[in-house]
Design a binder for this molecule. Structure first.
Ligand SMILES: Cc1cc2nc3c(=O)[nH]c(=O)nc-3n(C[C@H](O)[C@H](O)[C@H](O)COP(=O)(O)O)c2cc1C
Length: 217
């Protein structure tokens, strides 16, 4: 199938079949996609929490109450749910951890490569921290790239998904102890297979016309 056919045929699941489980091999593929997702200056300012058990999903669902109750069944009835989290800061320890990893992975083949990489990455981080003053927003943008990769990747495997921003961030951060670890939750992705009751499976895709979305120079 063409990639664009998959993009057209995938849809946001509004009701999951609670009896179906995504095979572990597919989950492993999707986690690899998250891990290998690109990020500006290879900053990787993310963490992913995976709920594969009923108990884990119940913990996540505690953040989908009140105004967000419409999302609760999509968490509880999915096969797996992933919490995509962004760093809330970019400390020097993380910059050093990135350098150490790049070194282990054989990225520094010239004498000054490590120092130059550190200088370049730090100047980019400081640009967002001190000049543009959008460091948090910039880190979150990197996580959303991973979200897009995950959603398209799921479609290629025949795994269906629901991205969700409709939940209480503070409740989920507290439940998972994210803020103490320097992270905050951004978006949930439920994975599984749609149920008969999923009205969205029967609706046509709707997107703005190509001639309003693209222009050519
Ligand atoms: C970042 C993001 C947050 C979303 N939040 C929710 C949500 O909380 N609940 C929900 O049912 N759908 C949510 N959606 C699904 C969108 O409504 C859906 O992607 C959009 O209407 C396009 O439909 P499609 O995904 O079926 O092509 C979200 C989508 C994205 C990308």
């Amino acid at each position: 199938m063409k990639l664009s056919d998959l993009a057209l045929s995938r849809h946001t699941v509004k009701a999951f079949d609670p009896t179906r489980t995504v095979p572990q091999a597919d989950i492993d593929e999707l986690l690899a996609l998250l891990r290998y997702s690109p990020s500006s200056v290879n900053s990787q300012p993310w963490h992913f929490v995976v709920a594969a058990t009923d108990a884990g999903k119940a913990r996540l669902a505690s953040a989908a109450q009140g105004p967000f109750a419409y999302n609760q069944p999509k968490i509880l009835n999915a096969s797996h749910v992933i919490v995509l989290c962004a760093r809330s800061e970019m400390p020097e320890s993380q910059l050093q951890a990135l350098l150490d990893q790049e070194e282990r992975d054989g990225r520094f083949q010239m004498p000054d490569a490590r120092a130059n990489q550190h200088k370049g990455r730090t100047s980019f981080v400081d640009l967002h921290r001190y000049q543009q003053k959008d460091l948090q927003h910039w880190m979150e943008k990197q996580v959303y790239l991973a979200l897009g990769t995950l959603l398209l990747g799921a479609a290629t495997l025949g795994v269906e998904a629901t991205p969700m921003e409709g939940f209480d961030f503070r409740t989920l951060d507290d439940e998972l102890g994210l803020r103490e670890s320097g992270y905050t939750s951004l978006v949930l992705v439920s994975l599984g297979y749609h149920a008969e009751a999923d009205f969205n499976a029967r609706l046509p895709k709707s997107r703005l016309p190509a001639d309003t979305v693209f222009s050519y120079v």
